[in-house]
Design a binder for this molecule. Structure first.
Ligand SMILES: C[S@@+](CC[C@H](N)C(=O)[O-])C[C@H]1O[C@@H](n2cnc3c(N)ncnc32)[C@H](O)[C@@H]1O
Length: 319
């Protein structure tokens, strides 16, 4: 009887491999200064750096997690890239959702195995990889992307990450070229979760409301406070969603060395804000808020969408 393969079963579509490194796989080398180098293993090929060269053949066939020394004495740590490492080093079209935010989206937009998820735009496919990981092969991720060149970048990145055979892709993935506002109604199916990473998510709220199942979650990812205000107020004014929950996540690395235990000097100051809201059942409204808006919150200077129970401000007399 032949030995069972040490690899993760291919039908799991996890994007992870176990066992010895093989030709065609990507590896991530980290040098002594922490610089990263990602490349595909090809028999007979050489990796060059400022510390000489390394033959790919020295890496192929070994178990990941070792140190290798180049021709000029440079030491490199060798591992397969993790999902969070892959998405920040892969080729980009549009800006990507950073791993700290992808983790928040998967957890707080409650992406689960078997879920039917829609996202827009696909961009470079970074968030797509996390969504596909979370829904697994029995779920569905339908990704809309307006721009053909970005859709192509996303297709290449997602295909590479999940080691899909040439011309194939993850079985739960459906990449569609076009505007979510047209494509979502045309899907003709209800979905469980919708993630919006685009400039103007407020223009999609009506189609999102029509496509989400009762209890479904919409999650928007926006870079600026003006976008944050507009998407929150549009969801509120729609009336068919629970009170939107806006937040951002700040992650700070720590330096821990003997008695020197302190926050790191560098951190990613800002990526984007997140907002989630749940879809009410048809015809149902969330309870009215008992707390009144802060004085002036919806005063004469406020020009955005207005909650139904907030009257328009009195206009100053024209005298
Ligand atoms: C910031 S990028 C998305 C990045 C992606 N989430 C990732 O992690 O790689 C925003 C993308 O949304 C696309 N887009 C904007 N409005 C859209 C719409 N209405 N329908 C589909 N795609 C849209 C843009 O072309 C752009 O590629």
């Amino acid at each position: 009887m032949s030995e069972p393969s040490p690899d993760v079963p291919a039908e799991a579509w996890s994007g992870v491999h176990r066992g010895p490194l093989r030709e065609g796989e990507w590896v991530r080398l980290t040098d002594q200064k922490g610089r990263k180098h990602n490349f595909e293993l090809i028999a007979g090929k050489r990796f060059f750096s400022n510390k000489g060269h390394l033959d790919h053949d020295e890496l192929i066939g070994r178990d990941e997690g070792f140190t290798v020394t180049s021709s000029a004495g440079g030491q490199y740590l060798v591992f397969r890239p993790l999902l969070n490492e892959f998405v920040v080093s892969m080729p980009r079209g549009a800006a990507v959702v950073y791993p700290k935010d992808a983790a928040q989206i998967v957890a707080l937009a409650d992406i689960y195995p078997g879920a039917r998820v829609v996202e827009a735009g696909a961009g470079s496919g970074a968030l797509t990889c996390s969504l596909l990981r979370a829904v697994g092969p029995w779920g569905r991720v339908t990704s809309f992307e307006l721009r053909e060149e970005f859709a192509e970048v996303a297709r290449r990145n997602v295909t590479q990450f999940f080691s899909a055979p040439e011309g194939g892709t993850h079985p739960a993935w459906d990449l569609r070229l076009g505007d979510l506002k047209d494509g979502l109604p045309a899907l003709g199916a209800q979905v469980d979760r919708i993630i919006l990473d685009m400039l103007d998510p407020w223009n999609c709220v009506d189609v999102v409301a029509d496509a989400l199942v009762p209890g479904g979650i919409v999650c928007a990812y926006v870079a600026t406070t003006t976008q944050l205000s507009r998407i929150v107020e549009t969801l509120r004014a729609h009336g068919g969603f629970t009170e939107p929950q806006p937040w951002e996540s700040l992650v700070r690395d720590w330096h821990v060395e003997g008695l020197a235990v302190r926050p790191g000097h560098k951190m990613i100051g800002h990526t984007a804000f997140l907002v989630t809201a749940r879809r009410m059942a048809p015809g149902e409204k969330p309870p009215r808020k008992t707390r009144r808006p802060a004085p002036g919150a919806y005063g004469p200077d406020y020009t955005g969408p207005r909650p139904a129970d907030v009257p328009p401000p009195e206009q100053p007399d024209e005298a």
